[in-house]
Ligand binder design. Structure first.
Ligand SMILES: Nc1nc2c(ncn2[C@@H]2O[C@H](COP(=O)(O)OP(=O)(O)OP(=O)(O)O)[C@@H](O)[C@H]2O)c(=O)[nH]1
Ligand SMILES: [Mg+2]
Length: 223
């Protein structure tokens, strides 16, 4: 990625119960692949990705902290929330408990992160739901335990964006990050984020390189 210009660097956190697929979503975003047997995350892992938002003519570097869902790491997990501009709050559509627990993860985020942070609720593992595909049943299929309507309703009540996705198939993974990024760019445009306080939003600095999607002089580069 050396030498590629960006307009903004946004800090994202990925949170939710253990095994809902947080690391898998990040690996899908950054490497376009799926790990069948990833190790549980210890503390936090980091991944970075450049995305373009064509209608805004913006190149954005996402710096994503994938946190551990295991209870024993919870205090460490919280320490990564500070200054994040975006959050993926993940549950597993085949695990009601993970959806119920999303409430306490959201409470943590609200307590420790920037109040203006954009949060998107992500119902992962949609590929496992037999009722969501025309493919014949296979043994790996599991019953959906959270309906789209219920999750959508809760997201609306909590002012969260919402999407159902699959790290396995790749469905809606990049879209989830893009949707959240669009919302953050909109907040930046409206002056919601204060540069001095919002550590999760960095504007690029003027630079002599000229890789840019718009006619402006490029304002930065990845390191
Ligand atoms: N079928 C299916 N399996 C998935 C999907 N995403 C993750 N998995 C599987 O779910 C298990 C847990 O995935 P992880 O990505 O490690 O989950 P995590 O949320 O990062 O878990 P912690 O690091 O312990 O908090 C693994 O066996 C993955 O292969 C998905 O979209 N579909
Ligand atoms: Mg993990």
């Amino acid at each position: 990625m050396t030498g590629v210009a960006w307009h903004y660097v946004l800090k994202f956190i990925i949170t939710g119960d253990s095994s809902v697929g947080k690391s898998s979503l990040l690996v899908r975003l950054t490497d376009q692949r799926f790990l069948a047997n990833p190790d549980p995350t210890l503390g936090a892992e980091f991944g970075s990705k450049l995305i373009t938002i064509p209608e805004e003519n913006k190149v954005v570097k996402l710096q994503c902290w994938d946190t551990a869902g295991t209870e024993s790491f919870r205090s460490i997990t919280r320490s990564y929330y500070r200054g994040a501009a975006g959050c993926l709050l993940v549950y597993d559509v085949t695990s009601r408990q993970s959806f119920v627990n999303a409430r306490s993860w959201l409470a943590d985020v609200r307590e420790h992160a920037d109040p203006h942070l954009t949060c998107i609720l992500v119902g992962n593992k949609i590929d496992l739901c037999a009722d969501d595909t025309d493919a014949p049943s296979v043994p790996a299929r599991r019953t959906r335990e959270v309906t789209t309507e219920e999750a959508e309703q809760w997201a609306k009540e909590e002012d969260l964006l919402f999407v159902e996705a699959s790290a396995k198939s790749g469905l809606n993974v990049q879209e989830a990050f893009e949707q959240a990024t669009r919302d953050i760019l909109d907040k930046i445009r409206r002056g919601v984020f204060d540069d001095d306080r919002s550590l999760g939003v960095k504007h690029s600095k003027p630079s002599a390189t000229n890789v840019s999607l718009d006619n402006d002089a490029p304002r930065g580069r990845c390191c």
